[in-house]
Design a protein around this ligand. Structure first.
Ligand code: AMP
Length: 464
């Protein structure tokens, strides 16, 4: 029986895989303008990195982590009937998000030295959450994220939010289909008292609220703002709001972030119930949502400040902030807006053979063109000339170079410009001489220093 990919996962077939690669390249280029450098951390970490960093009471850690045991440790735990006997370093989990691992790496390698500039890092890769799969909610999904460690000023918060919105703009998600929510979660000075007041509010309204919210009152009261139960959300509308309970420092910081966004022309909605799922946020939090066609999975990216996270994974106090955006949801947003461009394969040239006698010469020309960095293809299935033209069309070849025994005996090939349909005879030796000047480039595609038009003197063909 053929197998399917595991539930909640999706194969990235070439069109999507191409989009994932081009999206990460776009992100890398854009983020570089803001001073960000790439980082890649392991896909699994010691479980403690997540329990300490993200918080045991969060859904992501409490309910959705994929735990990993290496072969022998798995058997040992199975035989003992529990994980108790395992050492911390033997308890591993697949990363449910990227921040905790990056901050762990920053602490481990001391990337934020005292007095030095902030560490600005970005990553792209798969994340794993054992959620109930549905459209836009996967068990393995892909995030692009940034982390900035060592920055205290509100300009850092504003810069990060602007960068996220610029990214969506660059990718073509229409601004009118999006809304940006912002809030401040307070800090150690004001949040504990606020948390307590929300806990008290839930207890006062216990009769009207769901079981889960009763539990949240004790573990993570602010999460009650995110409860999907309609009655709970109605009750929570009357709950105390963090923005009415911020300390002076947090209020000043929040006002400054908003003023910077106003000055930059970034529109936003203040949402005092935006708490986001993870425990580590302090002060600024934000979320980009799509208003059209995404159902309940409208959050396409978000993040915030996490000034206490470095300490919770064993580092010295280091302010930080970051965001993560979901690739799959961005694709859905582009689809919903009708803005998902056709991602087609495109090659420079297709070398077609009239018959088998020219196959070796065709292969030789293909090799020379590829060595010069051009993207060319030829037939490997013994197809007829007509079928080879069809193939060339299918891969969007700009030109087809037809090698036939008659032309070849005179050192020539017939070139057809697939756009203008103009044909001309070209000298193979001259083309190969030009190609050999660029031999060894092997850079490929758009970054090649030559193009197929130059090699076969086709520059003015489109105008004919
Ligand atoms: P979070 O780490 O929960 O703040 O999520 C950041 C972004 O990742 C969200 O805005 C989504 O775009 C995306 N995301 C989170 N969870 C999932 C999931 N289970 N499936 C697909 N995308 C997700």
């Amino acid at each position: 029986m053929p197998y399917n990919a595991p539930e909640g996962t999706a194969d990235m077939l070439p069109a999507v895989a191409r989009l994932w690669r081009s999206t990460t390249e776009t992100a890398a280029k854009l983020f570089a303008a803001y001073g960000y450098e790439p980082i890649d951390t392991p896909i699994f970490e010691m479980t403690e990195v997540f329990t300490r960093g993200i918080g045991e009471a969060t859904d992501v850690v409490g309910k959705e982590m994929f735990t990993v045991r290496s072969g022998e440790n798995y058997k040992r735990a199975l035989a003992a009937g529990s994980d108790e006997g395992l050492k911390s370093k033997q308890k591993l989990s697949l990363r449910p998000e990227g921040t905790a691992g990056v901050v762990r790496a920053v602490v481990q390698h001391n990337l934020v030295e005292q007095g030095a500039a902030p560490a600005k890092l970005f990553y792209a890769g798969p994340m794993f959450r054992a959620e109930r799969p549905q459209k836009g909610r996967l068990r393995q999904f892909h995030q692009i994220g940034v982390e900035c460690l060592g920055a205290t000023e509100p300009t850092a918060d504003a810069e990060m939010i602007i960068m996220l919105m610029r990214f969506y703009e660059t990718m073509g998600v229409p601004r009118q289909n999006m809304r940006l929510l912002i809030n401040s979660m307070g800090d150690d000075a004001c949040r504990p008292a606020y948390r307590e007041s929300v806990r008290q509010f839930i207890l006062d309204h216990e009769d009207e609220m769901c079981e889960e919210c009763h539990r949240r009152a004790e573990t993570n009261p602010l999460r009650a703002f995110d409860c999907k139960n309609e009655t709970c959300s109605r009750v929570m509308e009357a709950a105390p709001k963090i923005t009415d309970n911020l300390c002076d420092d947090c209020r000043t910081h929040y006002e400054a972030v908003k003023a910077l966004l106003d000055a930059a022309g970034i529109s936003y909605i203040e949402d005092p119930t935006l708490v986001r799922g993870l425990d580590y946020y302090t002060r600024t939090v934000f979320e980009a949502q799509v208003t059209e066609g995404m159902g309940s999975q409208s959050a396409i990216g978000g993040g915030g400040r996490y000034d206490k996270l470095a300490e919770s994974v064993g580092g010295r106090p280091t302010p930080g902030l970051g965001f993560a955006l979901g690739f799959e949801r961005m694709v859905l947003a582009l689809e919903a807006a009708g803005a998902l461009g056709e991602s087609t394969k495109r090659v420079d040239g297709y070398v077609a053979c009239v018959d088998d006698s020219v196959r070796a010469a065709a292969f030789d020309l293909v090799c020379a063109a590829r060595d010069a960095g051009l993207c060319v293809e030829m037939d490997h299935q013994g197809k007829s000339l007509k079928s080879q033209f069809k193939m060339a069309d299918k891969v969007n070849a700009r030109v087809v170079i037809v090698l036939g025994p008659d032309e070849l005996s005179q050192g020539k090939a017939r070139i057809r410009n697939m756009r203008s349909h103009a044909e001309k005879l070209v000298d193979i030796a001259a083309a190969k001489r030009l190609l050999s000047q660029f031999g060894g480039q092997r850079v490929g595609g758009a970054s090649s220093p030559i193009n197929i038009d130059t090699v076969f003197s086709l520059e003015n063909d489109d105008k004919e």
